[in-house]
Design a protein around this ligand. Structure first.
Ligand SMILES: Nc1ncnc2c1ncn2[C@@H]1O[C@H](COP(=O)(O)OP(=O)(O)O)[C@@H](O)[C@H]1O
Ligand SMILES: O=C(OP(=O)(O)O)[C@H](O)COP(=O)(O)O
Length: 408
């Protein structure tokens, strides 16, 4: 019988149920990481998170074909997984190579040629167009990527919790055609994040960062299900809510939101504000760059000058949000409050994250969120999830497609 995984209530097989020796395994991990301008890894936390799973499979004699994505088509961090393979080769005590193909003949040959306790990182799954589309599991199973790789594999392991909210071929297509198992990262995240109702009130969600569609969906869910006592908005998400509330953050911020494809979400944010204005908190001020320095503008003085984009929350927002966080029973946080990579606009993220540690129970998650935590040298959170959107989605009780596909 499958070992089962806490929190999901669904019988899912773990690596304890998998006979590894000599088998060829397709292993989906999430090593989507911040990159430097030259394309190197700016942070390797997600790679390190998967070391236990990969080491276990290799130590037990597995032939490991790694599937993963990096960035999104059109994004600055949309890149090859070659640096990731090099870093995994350094982190693991087993040989890790890279193949610059995902499911072509060369990729299938690379998988066929694997010896026991060897791994190959196949190329960025999102270099292939169908991977950036969402499908029901049964349709995903018939995509080229899945169809071409299945004959080379004996089983599939999904350890990519951080991408489990995406119903994309490499995440949901294999379990309908191969025996599927969760890796150790996925197993732990599902166990820890299993039951949000067990966490103490008042429960405060902090939705920051730049993935507006994910954050609005989560905010809607936790408010409709009365899971949240407060929703603090920051980052690009906060800027969208400010526009939705009629504030004029100026052309630079508006153009950025348009360019990211999120302008249409302003109506959704407005609907949430109308229904839950008592629980949703908006920034009271913003930080912009003026003459090369940080300048703060209160909402009463919006809009900033035409070329000044809102790059961080200001002191008034930090003070107001910190007071709520200080009195929180549970803080659930995803996404930076500003462009924290630039020290000029790191104040909001650093201050809010520092305050979140002091909550009775704190869960933080996300690739850039984790990178910010390391940048500021913070510790003491009860759980640092490898996933941002996936973590929030899990905590709203919404199903994670990749997990559902494994529990068939
Ligand atoms: N006001 C802002 N304007 C532009 N980008 C922002 C702003 N606030 C935060 N960001 C960006 O959001 C990105 C992280 O967002 P996201 O990917 O949602 O976080 P995570 O990976 O933790 O889920 C960072 O690269 C950061 O620079
Ligand atoms: O970084 C990720 O999500 P996160 O930004 O919520 O942490 C995952 O790798 C998913 O990436 P995606 O949001 O481009 O599908």
């Amino acid at each position: 019988m499958p070992s089962g995984v806490g929190g999901t209530g669904m019988p899912i097989q773990t690596l304890d149920d998998l006979a590894v020796q000599g088998t060829t395994l397709g292993v989906r991990i999430d090593i989507n990481s911040p990159l430097t301008e030259s394309g190197d890894l700016a942070d390797d936390a997600r790679l390190r998170a998967h070391v236990d799973t990969l080491s276990e499979l290799l130590e037990r004699g597995g032939k490991v074909a790694i599937l993963a994505h990096q960035g999104r088509p059109g994004s600055d961090d949309f890149a090859s997984l070659s640096p990731h393979a090099e870093r995994l080769d350094e982190l693991l005590s087993y040989p890790v190579s890279h193949c610059d193909a995902t499911f072509s003949g060369d990729a299938r040959m690379a998988v066929e040629n694997l010896r026991e306790s060897e791994a190959v990182v196949l190329e960025n799954t999102r270099f292939y167009s169908e991977e950036y589309m969402e499908f029901p599991a049964e349709e995903a199973a018939e995509t080229h990527l899945v169809d071409r790789l299945v004959p080379e594999l004996d089983a599939y392991v999904n350890d990519a919790f951080a991408a489990a909210h995406r119903s994309q071929p490499s995440l949901v297509g294999f379990p309908t055609r191969l025996p599927g198992y969760v890796g150790r990262v996925m197993e732990n995240e599902l166990d820890v994040l299993g039951d949000i109702d067990a966490t103490p009130r008042p429960r405060v969600y902090v939705v920051g960062g730049a993935k507006v569609s994910d954050s609005i969906a989560v905010a809607k869910n936790v408010l409709e299900r009365d899971l949240a006592d407060h929703v603090l908005t920051a980052g690009v998400v906060g800027n969208v809510f400010l526009f939705a509330d009629g504030a004029d953050l100026g052309d630079a911020s508006a153009d950025f939101i348009h360019d990211q494809g999120y302008w249409d979400y302003i109506d959704d944010a407005a609907d949430l504000l109308e229904a839950y204005s008592d629980k949703i908190h908006l920034p009271k001020d913003a930080a912009v760059e003026r003459d090369g320095e940080r300048a703060e503008i209160t909402r009463g003085d919006f809009p900033p000058k035409e070329d000044e984009g809102a790059m961080d929350i200001g002191d008034a927002t930090i003070t107001a949000y910190s007071k709520i966080l200080r009195n929180a029973g549970t803080v659930i946080l995803n996404g930076p409050a500003g462009v924290f990579e630039d020290d000029t606009f790191a104040d909001g993220t650093r201050e809010l994250y520092t305050e979140a540690v002091n909550a009775e129970y704190s869960i933080v998650g996300g690739g850039d969120t984790a990178a910010a935590i390391r940048k500021f040298g913070l510790s003491g959170f009860d759980h640092v999830s490898t996933g941002g959107g996936a973590c929030l989605r899990m905590l709203t009780g919404d199903p994670l497609p990749a997990v559902e596909a494994l529990s068939r």
